[in-house]
Design a protein around this ligand. Structure first.
Ligand SMILES: [Zn+2]
Length: 244
């Protein structure tokens, strides 16, 4: 195959690849997979928040229970002093006041403990629900992936065949022409190459003036269209037939 034919075929292969890939991307499984990926991302953020809240509440509970222990120990010490035959009415009054104050603080702590325990339970439940949803999303993702793979097998085989052909075409084309092609593909959205078999290029369809046409026919086989600036592959043309 000549470099010119390889280049024209390369463009066909690339356009077919674009079509196949967009067909694959439009398959319902792919849409669902994209939605699942989005949901997973959102859920991961939520779980991070929920876990943060749960840890905060756990620390609150730990503080509350630590304080509870300290108050119990303090109450115990006051009781011991009362039992050690304390001297003086004032001291006894003072100790009783301490016991009352400790009991009040203890009561308040216990009341808070109920609230904290309830909040912890809610946080744990939210975390459990979120993790269950995560597991469901993973299972759904796996099912969609499997369905996609089985239903797209034929299209994938076509893609693989085209990729193999593409590699052998690229091997036939010089690096210089390939780099021009890569730039033109981006610029012209895939339609990078046109051919000249008459005095009208195949894609832009602008009729060439005789002088320009004659120059192109005598020049290199791979050149540039003077009008649209695509890569122009000049075919063997019987010039006499066109401009006489
Ligand atoms: Zn053109």
């Amino acid at each position: 195959m000549t470099q010119e034919s390889s280049l024209l075929r390369l463009q066909e292969v690339d356009l077919q690849l674009i079509r196949l890939r967009s067909t694959l991307a439009a398959m319902p499984q792919q849409k669902k997979l994209r939605a699942i990926a989005l949901a997973k991302k959102k859920l991961a953020t939520q779980i991070k928040q929920i876990v943060g809240q749960r840890k905060d509440v756990e620390m609150e509970l730990e503080d509350n229970e630590g304080e509870h222990e300290r108050l119990l120990a303090a109450t115990q010490r006051v009781h011991e002093e009362v039992n050690e035959r304390v001297q003086g009415y004032r001291r006894i009054q003072d100790l009783e006041a301490q016991l009352t104050s400790l009991a009040k603080r203890q009561e308040k702590l216990e009341f808070n403990h109920i609230d904290i325990a309830e909040r912890l339970e809610r946080a744990q439940k939210a975390e459990k629900n979120a993790r269950e949803l995560g597991a469901k999303l993973l299972a759904e993702e796996k099912a969609q992936q499997e369905s996609y793979e089985s239903e797209s097998a034929e299209l994938q085989a076509q893609v693989n065949g085209l990729l193999t052909e593409r590699a052998s075409l690229v091997a036939d084309i010089s690096e210089e022409v390939m780099s021009r092609y890569d730039v033109a593909v981006k610029r012209f959205g895939g339609l990078a190459v046109e051919s000249l078999s008459s005095n009208v290029p195949s894609t832009c369809r602008v009729k060439l003036q005789p002088a320009i046409f004659q120059k192109l026919v005598r020049g290199p086989r791979i050149t540039e269209c003077p009008y649209c600036h695509r890569i122009l592959v000049v075919r063997d043309i019987g010039t006499e037939d066109i401009y006489e």
